[in-house]
Design a protein around this ligand. Sequence first.
Ligand code: 4NP
Length: 159
Amino acid sequence: MSKIKILFVCLGNICRSPSAEAVFKDLVKTKGLAEEFDIDSAGTYAYHEGEMADRRMQQHAIKRGYNLTSISRPFYPNRDWDKFDYIVAMDNSNFTDLRAMARNEADLKKLHKMTNFSSRFNYDHVPDPYYGGYEGFELVLDILEDAGEGFFNYVKKQE
Ligand code: 4NP
């Protein structure tokens, strides 16, 4: 059986999408389904390419048991639209940027926004924590844990 391939995308791929990747990997592992999924993350902006996740984001994540191991890389339209089944944007500008890079209707069908799967929070985007303080990083994780469950349920229904 081929794996379900999911790509989480933010701006820099050093805060929100590496966290989404780690939270969702943990979620499917807890459900005993890790082998069914191929999960990755990317940024719409290549500035941080090759870097580990932001140290502050790593520190907040590890307190909840998430080890952020991914290395920042840009979104590669030709490769990533073909490879992934679900491409999940963290905020509205990521969503708009990805939509502009879609090559056809089939690509657009793969595009989602993370907060559409949230049930406990009313945010219409995962707020960028980069220039903010402590609470921003915790909020990212809170939203991702909530929306991750909703997204998992959505994916299972599609498959
Ligand atoms: P991310 O956060 O998109 O969640 O990885 C940011 C990382 C870097 C910058 C902005 C947001 N930056 O301006 O460099």
